[in-house]
Design a protein. Structure first.
Length: 452
């Protein structure tokens, strides 16, 4: 009689379940305290030597799937940890931005709040470091990663808001500074105008409103001449500024106008350009109509009165108003502009020749450059009208280069233009502003004196 005991199906099932549970416990403990490499080595070991089915019901493919799941969980936990790390760094950045923003203007509550936020985030970083060292698994890595990304975006948004407020504050400050500077500029301009009026009380042409033909004298001509010279210098300065902006060689340009001239100061080269403008604008001044067309008046007395009436009618009008009533002035403006402004110069200033083309066609551009020229042309034209109002009419003169300086007919265009200790007999380098003679009255020309 055989008394051997055969294992029943029930006992076999219990043993198999016990082995499976024990294996899970071992794997869980390894996951909690071991490293990722250790888990992978264990998984590889199990793959190299799979457990054989010895009747206990252990399946090798099931063990491999569990190891792969474990790798996925570890990777997800690491990604969640990194997301929390980046979110914490972004929070520190936002807190630091708030700390800087609260310093100016000074906000003690904002500084304290930002300081506490920085400390809390540093503590959080320390906790993340401990989790990394202890290989603590995140029970819900997907949720943690999503929350960390939300926190990071909120911190970035907060940083942008703080920087936006800072930029708005700086913009308002700059706007207030611009407004303040504009007010100061207006005050300075007003003061300059007041000083100019005190220095030249007879400068405005309105003082000639009550002038009569019988009371005309050289003093009135000097007033209008000063007015014209001031306009010439304004246009010359604008022209030099445009040349510098366009990259012109100012030294070479000045030397081409007055070759061989030596200047006492570098900024004196502007007088060469002023001389050129005067030379063109006053060319033909001795002719009744700048030699642009034939004379129509025969009698001298009638001619003088005609020019005086023309002067009185035009002196208070704008250049545009003069054009509508005097086509001769329009031709004068057109010819002088084309002579003063070379095509290459105009193209370098504006990138085209549109102004030149408009003027050639009888129209006039509305630009600052031409408006300044327009005003200068008007004042020279008025000076010419007044010059031919005298009997005999005022004549124009200039001196040649190298002439001995004479205080009767000349004056230096700059104060202390030459050193008398170095130059015993100063010579003229070139004439800047021409001189005039009205009967026995001499209005000195302005010259630049040579260093040699």
């Amino acid at each position: 009689m055989d008394y051997s005991v055969k294992p029943s199906a029930t006992n076999t099932s219990n043993v198999t379940g016990l082995v499976r549970n024990f294996t899970k416990v071992l794997r869980f403990k390894a996951t909690g305290v071991g490293s990722k490499d250790r888990i992978i080595r264990k998984s590889t070991k199990f793959q190299d030597k799979p457990i054989k089915d010895s009747g206990l019901g252990v399946n090798g493919s099931e063990s491999f799937e569990e190891d792969e799941d474990e790798k996925v969980r570890i990777r997800a936990s690491i990604e969640a940890l990194l997301s929390k790390l980046f979110a914490s760094v972004s929070s520190i950045k936002a807190s630091y931005a708030q700390l800087q923003s609260s310093q100016s203007p000074y906000d003690p509550d904002g500084i304290q709040s930002a300081d506490e936020m920085v400390i809390n985030e540093l503590k959080h970083l320390s906790e993340l470091k401990q989790c990394y060292l202890k290989k603590t698994m995140d029970p819900a890595p997907e949720v943690t990663q999503l929350l960390a990304e939300i926190q990071e975006q909120r911190s970035l948004l907060k940083t942008y808001e703080i920087m936006g407020k800072k930029f708005e504050s700086q913009l308002k400050l700059q706007d207030s500074e611009i407004t303040f500077l504009r007010e100061k500029l207006e005050e300075s301009d007003e003061q300059n105008r007041s000083i100019e009026q005190r220095l030249n009380p007879s400068e405005p042409l309105s003082v000639l409103d009550n002038l009569h033909f019988s009371g005309l004298n050289p003093t009135h001509f000097i007033t209008v001449l000063r007015h014209a010279v001031k306009s010439i210098r304004s246009f010359t300065k604008l022209m030099i500024d445009e040349m510098e902006t366009s990259g012109w060689d100012i030294d070479a340009a000045a030397d081409s106008i007055e070759p061989g001239s030596v200047y006492w100061k570098p900024n004196h080269k502007c007088f060469a350009f002023e001389s050129f403008v005067c030379r063109v604008m006053f060319d033909g001044f001795q002719c009744t109509n700048f030699a642009l067309f034939k004379d129509s008046l025969a009698k001298q007395e009638k001619q003088n009165l005609h020019f005086f009436k023309t002067f009185m009618e035009m002196k208070s009008k704008t250049p545009q108003e003069i054009l509508r009533h005097n086509p001769e002035f329009g031709r004068f403006v057109r010819v002088k502009y084309l002579d003063v402004v070379h095509p290459k110069m105009e193209f370098s200033f504006f990138g085209d020749l549109n102004q030149r083309n408009l003027i050639n066609s009888g129209r006039y551009p509305e630009t600052k450059f031409f408006s300044t020229f327009f005003e200068m042309a008007k004042r020279v034209w008025l000076l010419h009208r007044l010059a031919f109002s005298f009997d005999p009419q005022a004549s124009i003169f200039q001196v040649k280069k190298g002439c001995r300086f004479s205080e009767v007919y000349m004056e230096s265009v700059v104060e202390n233009g030459f050193d008398e200790a170095q130059i015993i007999s100063p010579r003229v380098s070139f004439t800047v502003i021409p001189g005039f003679k009205i009967g026995k009255t001499v209005i000195q020309c302005q010259v630049y004196l040579s260093m040699a």
